[in-house]
Structure formats: structure tokens, C-alpha cells
Design a protein around this ligand. Sequence first.
Ligand SMILES: NC(=O)c1ccc[n+]([C@@H]2O[C@H](COP(=O)([O-])OP(=O)(O)OC[C@H]3O[C@@H](n4cnc5c(N)ncnc54)[C@H](OP(=O)(O)O)[C@@H]3O)[C@@H](O)[C@H]2O)c1
Length: 345
Amino acid sequence: MSKYRNIVWFLKAMQEYTRGGYETASKHFVVKDLSADLGGRSFMITGANSGIGKATAMAIAKKGGTVHMVCRNKERAESAREDIVKESGNNNVHVHILDLSESRKVWEFTEDFKSKHSSLNVLINNAGSMVNIREVNFEGFEKNFAINTLGVYILTKGLIPLLEKSSEPRVITVSSGGMLVQKLRIIDLQTEKRPFDSTMVYAQNKRQQVVMTEEWAQAYPKIHFSVMHPGWADTPAVAKAIPDFYERLRSRLRSPEQGADTVIWLAISPAAARMPSGKFFQDRKMVPVHLPLAWTRYSREKARALMVRLEALAKRAQPSAGRSQLNCPIVDISGGPQDCIKKAA
Ligand SMILES: NC(=O)c1ccc[n+]([C@@H]2O[C@H](COP(=O)([O-])OP(=O)(O)OC[C@H]3O[C@@H](n4cnc5c(N)ncnc54)[C@H](OP(=O)(O)O)[C@@H]3O)[C@@H](O)[C@H]2O)c1
């Protein structure tokens, strides 16, 4: 089945995810969708120093929005900020340093941000990476999971109270079409029991982002959630994580601006806000989260079980969690971590 999924997916990807796919899709874009004046609205963008995140930050700054760039490297962040301010003429561009793989620091960041800002209109979970060997962070979480899944979970959960009291709040998460080849997994989240294949771990994390978005849309109706695939864009992440793919397809990749188009559309256009919350998008269109006949469908119970697991794992990393909680093993059966947390409390 996974072979069938991979073949169907690759044929679809070559048609839709490339620069040619963007050019075809963009013939149907409504130009005035992006004509909003963003003065007075604030946008937090993770990974805003490079690729799709930087292109998004630039477009928003040009339209007068306040931009909060959340980046892990101060030098790269400041240099990108300089470019954005210079090209947009907008000084309301702020740098925050945070490595999303450091789970406890993500909690600390959300608390600090909430204490300093009275509103946040849009959160864009763009940062993502594919770490090719299995590494764990301070809390014992596998790094791809910590960045792409738990980092997004903690940042979003932490900021929801602020988003909820801001006007017309939205959350956009940059996933990947690669998630279509993955069936949702709620056990072995740290990839300890199966061979470590970073491409599949990344794709699984991206599937989990889709599920988180669907579940948040149900749980927080005041906020408009969406998740999207940017297509295949020429960015440092692609060149570094999958160099063979990059070399072979380089001439057919989208520009970072083309990759960012749907992120921006979801973040600012009234047309996107009229779409139902919790959906998956590609080239400004709502698209299915499963390939035909691919056996990747999951029940609502399974999706909820993932959220329970993530909540328990996120709590381990909370600054208020005691040391004993951090020392609990990351048990991969449902109920394990909660039991440990109860004992530690
Ligand atoms: N490009 C594509 O074809 C493609 C396809 C599907 C999905 N995506 C998704 O698009 C998003 C943006 O990626 P991109 O292609 O634009 O690549 P990129 O140019 O390399 O940007 C990735 C950004 O994420 C940041 N980042 C990575 N790990 C981080 C961490 N632990 N903490 C904080 N920031 C971190 C990077 O920071 P540094 O600059 O410091 O490394 C960079 O700013 C990712 O979520 C990626 O999975 C991209």
C-alpha cells in the first residue's frame, strides 16, 4: 500500500507542486484578494529569516502589518530583518530568538510574549526542518517531532488565549503535501521502535500538523485555523535536507514567493476567512487530506488520542513541571505520561 501511495503521490506532485503547477493554478487567483491594508494587525511568523517565512514576512511588512519574526539564529534573523525593513519601509518588524526544538523554551517564550503584548492577530507556524539523524532534545523528545509537532503544539496552545482576545484571529500552519503518504501514527511518536527514516518522520509530523489543525478548529471556534502545502520551493531547507532531490528538480522548483503565496492568502484575505476553519489548502484552494484509495483515513477518536498524547508531552516540558516529571520516561502507550504526571504532581 505504501508503494502505491508513493507512486500516486509522486505523479500528482510533479504536476501540481512544481513551478509549472503554480503557474497553472495562479491563472485562477483573484488579484484583489491580497490587496488588504494590514495597518494595526500583528503577525507572528516562525522561521521568518529564510525561504517561505521571509517571503511571507516581507509581503506582510509591505502591506503595513506588524511582524514578529521568531527565529533561532540572531545573526540570520537580524540580517533578514534589515532586508525586510529596507525593502518595505516598515519599521514595525521585531525579532524574537527561539529554537523551537527546545520545548521548555517554547513555553517560556509564549508566557513572555503574552506578558508584553496585548494582542496577536495571526500566528504563522512556518518554521520546520528535517533532521536526518535521530537526535533528542533536553526533554528527551526526538528533534523532528520536537520542532515540527510539539513546537507547533506548544506555541499555538500557549498563544491561543492572546489570539482569542484579538480581532479576527487566524492560525496558519505550513505543512507539506508529503504528509499524504503517511497514515496518522499515535504510538512511537519518538521513532524509537522503527527504523529511523527522516523523510517519513518529517512526513508523519506534517500529517500530525493537519490533525492538530482539524482538532483546534473544533475546540477554538473564535479562531480561524488552516494548514497548507506550499508546493516545492527552492529554499535552503530543501537543498540541505534532500540534496539529491534538489539537484534533480532544481529547475522546476517554485520561488520562495510562489511557495509563500497561499500562506499570505490564508493570513490576510477575506476570501480565506470565509472558508471553513481547520482545512488543508494548496494554491488558494481547499484540497483533500487523503489520496484516493490510500487507506490513510483516521477516526475522530484517533485524532483526539493524538491531542491527548501531545497535551501530556507538552506538560512535561512546561516550566511549572517539576524535575521528577521531566525524569519520567516517555512511555508510548496512552495513559503512560499522564500517570507519571499525576504521580509527580
Ligand atoms: N520548500 C519546500 O519545498 C517545502 C515543501 C513543503 C513544506 N515546506 C515547509 O515550509 C516551511 C518553511 O521552510 P522553507 O522551505 O522556507 O525552508 P527554509 O528557507 O530553510 O526555512 C526554514 C525556516 O525554519 C527555521 N527553523 C528550522 N528549525 C528551527 C528551529 N528548531 N527553531 C526555529 N526555527 C527553525 C529556519 O531557521 P534557520 O535559517 O536558522 O535554519 C528557517 O528560518 C517548513 O515548515 C517546511 O517544512 C517547504
